[in-house]
Write a protein that binds this ligand. Structure first.
Ligand SMILES: Cc1cc2nc3c(=O)[nH]c(=O)nc-3n(C[C@H](O)[C@H](O)[C@H](O)COP(=O)(O)O)c2cc1C
Length: 218
């Protein structure tokens, strides 16, 4: 789905170089580049391949200004070339069930699995409380979000992920359906000014264990 271009960073380079960018120059992003970044997100894996993510791409000055107001006035929302508002649709799986099975069959999903899929999915997801559904959506949407963030970096763009926003205000600005849950905002563009301080990362022994909790990984 996503084609590689000649001067792209490797995944290793993109992971190494990526920083949360404090300030952007605001230059517009070519539509083809934006599309490639979005396609990287849409290629992400998800539970039962439900793909419950929905993305609202905000590029106009007026809408970015309104979005900034819903994101604690963070200037980078308005400065970025584009802000991708990453949402999950709590009802997406119900609406897309037939298409998920159809695509699966087309790609070789075994018939027995395809036949059971609607019941399995319904049994799993229809029992979720609202909080459980939000947790599930966060999990799925953030994978697509990370794909996009790293693809943008590989293509030479800078990004800023954001959780600082008011759910209801974003709903209002973007006229989102009730079933949408806003997960995070991704500002994309070219950074300007000094980098943010480097907060550093924990040593591996602090966050990674081997075989069971508390044992060092050998
Ligand atoms: C999901 C997520 C949400 C974040 N939300 C904000 C935010 O609202 N505002 C902000 O200035 N930085 C935000 N950050 C940036 C983090 O502060 C930053 O990633 C962290 O300090 C590590 O720095 P680095 O990304 O440059 O390595 C967020 C990062 C992530 C991953």
């Amino acid at each position: 789905m996503v084609k590689a271009s000649k001067h792209e960073k490797t995944l290793t380079q993109a992971i190494r170089d990526r920083r949360a960018t404090p300030s952007f120059d605001g230059a517009p992003i070519p539509a083809d580049d934006l599309r490639r970044i979005l396609e990287a997100g849409l290629s992400a894996p998800s539970g039962y391949n439900v793909q419950p993510w929905r993305f609202i791409v905000v590029q106009s000055g007026e809408q970015k200004r309104r979005l900034r107001g819903a994101a604690y006035n963070q200037a980078k929302v308005e400065e970025a070339s584009a802000v991708i508002v990453a949402c999950g649709d709590a009802d997406g799986w119900r609406k897309d069930l037939d298409e998920i099975v159809r695509m699966g069959r087309e790609g070789g999903m075994p018939e027995g699995y395809a036949a059971q899929m609607p019941n399995r999915l319904t049994n799993y997801l229809s029992r979720f409380s609202a909080d459980e559904m939000h947790g599930w959506l966060n999990k799925m949407v953030m994978i697509a979000f990370t794909h996009m963030m790293l693809m943008a970096e590989a293509m030479g763009y800078d990004t800023a992920p954001m959780e600082g926003f008011e759910q209801e205000q974003i709903h209002e600005v973007l006229r989102l359906p009730m079933s949408y849950w806003v997960v995070a905002l991704l500002a994309v563009g070219h950074g300007t000014g000094p980098d943010k301080f480097n907060g550093g990362r924990f040593e591996m022994g602090h966050t990674v264990f081997g075989e069971e909790f508390g044992k060092p990984l050998k």
